[in-house]
Design a protein around this ligand. Structure first.
Ligand code: FES
Length: 69
């Protein structure tokens, strides 16, 4: 089933304290959910406060559409 999920975060969420930091994906693009895999770098050019909705392809590799929210 296709699904469009609105996510506003553009980076990971840190879970302290741990012997080492654990980073949970906040952008929804990780291919290793719930952990961040660095895919949030694709969000760098997005405007966090804009009303745009970015629609990604199935593999979360690229934006296929930008919609007004
Ligand atoms: S926050 Fe989603 S991949 Fe890093």
């Amino acid at each position: 089933m296709p699904r469009l999920v609105r996510l506003d975060a553009t980076g990971p969420i840190e879970i302290p304290p741990q012997p080492e930091s654990v980073w949970v994906c906040g952008c929804g693009l990780s291919r290793n959910l719930p952990l961040c895999d660095g895919s949030h770098k694709k969000c760098e050019k997005m405007e966090p406060d804009s009303a745009k909705v970015y629609v990604y392809d199935h593999d979360r590799k690229r934006v296929v559409e930008e919609r007004d929210a």
